[in-house]
Design a protein around this ligand. Structure first.
Ligand code: NAP
Length: 312
């Protein structure tokens, strides 16, 4: 098995990871980014961003390509598509074992992001890829002239519902309350969209179908009324959970598993930093993940320098 040694290893190649990689490499420490899939992270699937400063409108994929080019310019080593077998953050050096080799690092910056939460209702797992999707940008085109439902009231649900109206003949937006959580500007656009029908105070009880999804059993939480909604597809956008499977329990996390850090992005373990969506933070955006990456990397570099001074 090949062994690799770096001063800093960044786990995850989204905006937080790339930013951390760029700052660490510019801080003159050897740096690698490891990811379980292609680099780019969640924003690669966003059709458009309108809130990344300097870009009034930019494709998510396009923006992440720019991040990657920037990291390449400073010589960040990249290891995409790694099957991670184990992560030991407690040992010194930290050790990450993947299908490709053993990676050792003085510091690790965790930038693994978050994944969509499941509704947890019958039919959800069964119909994934056959009417249940967690990515409108990936699967929206399959629903041309069809009826779909989006679940949730946050920015993701409302933005993706609007995106789906490009293809679908009708989009139900099912929300458990009668008020959206999404930003006001996003809400206003959705309210003006004739193809979106809001289904308020309602939760999904079951996803039904035969070969493909054909209906939802929904319940009005105020009246208790249960009804059937005929749809060809459902896109749950009800929030996110952190990607911490390979190292859960090694550091301090909150009840939902998000990693607790201080203002330098340091976790409860020396030499381990967490940045972006995976950590406890009040705002999860590309800009905040990138900012976290900068802070975490600067302190990771200081940590590496202090270790080198001790060993000289
Ligand atoms: P979110 O803001 O946490 O919203 C989750 C939504 O799902 C809420 O409306 C919530 O209802 C609902 N919900 C939660 N659990 C549910 C359940 N079990 N059943 C039914 N509904 C449930 O999540 P998000 O929209 O994925 O956004 C995550 C973060 O990314 C946010 O910080 C968001 O601002 C950010 N984001 C930003 C942009 C952008 O700025 N362009 C785009 C996408 C996401 P309640 O409202 O009743 O709690």
């Amino acid at each position: 098995m090949q062994t690799y040694e770096f001063d800093t290893i960044v786990l995850g190649g989204g905006p937080g990871g790339f930013s951390a990689g760029i700052y660490a490499a510019r801080g003159a420490v050897s740096t690698a980014i490891i990811d379980i899939s292609m680099l780019g992270g969640q924003p690669s699937n966003y059709l458009e961003l309108e809130n990344y400063p300097g870009f009034s409108q930019v494709g998510g994929y396009e923006l992440m390509e720019k991040f990657e080019e920037h990291a390449d310019k400073f010589g960040v080593n990249k290891f995409p598509m790694q099957e991670i077998q184990s992560v030991d953050l407690v040992s010194n050096p930290k050790v990450i074992i993947t299908n490709e080799g053993e990676f050792r690092a003085k510091t690790v910056i965790i930038a693994t992001g978050a994944k969509p939460m499941r509704l947890g209702v019958p039919g959800e797992e069964e119909f994934i890829g056959r009417g249940v999707s967690f990515c409108a940008v990936c699967d929206g085109a399959f629903y041309k002239d069809k009826v779909v439902a989006v679940v949730g009231g946050g920015n993701s649900a409302v933005e993706e519902a609007m995106y789906l109206t490009k293809f679908a003949s009708k989009v139900y937006l099912i929300h458990r309350r009668n008020e959206l959580r999404a930003d006001k500007i996003v809400q206003e656009r959705a309210f003006k969209n004739d193809k979106i029908e809001f289904v308020w105070d309602t939760i999904v009880r079951e996803i039904k179908g035969e070969e493909l999804v054909n209906s939802l059993i929904v319940e009005n939480v105020k009246s208790g009324e249960v009804s059937k909604l005929e749809v060809n597809g459902i896109f749950p956008y009800i929030g996110i959970l952190p990607n911490v499977d390979n190292f859960a329990g090694q550091l301090t996390q909150d009840q939902r598993g998000f990693i607790v850090t201080d203002e330098t992005m340091k976790t409860s373990l020396d030499g381990v930093y967490a940045v972006g969506d995976v950590r406890v933070t009040p705002l999860r955006q590309v800009i905040t993940a990138a900012a976290d990456g900068a802070v975490g990397a600067v302190y990771a570099v200081k940590y590496v320098e202090a270790l080198k001074e001790v060993t000289v």
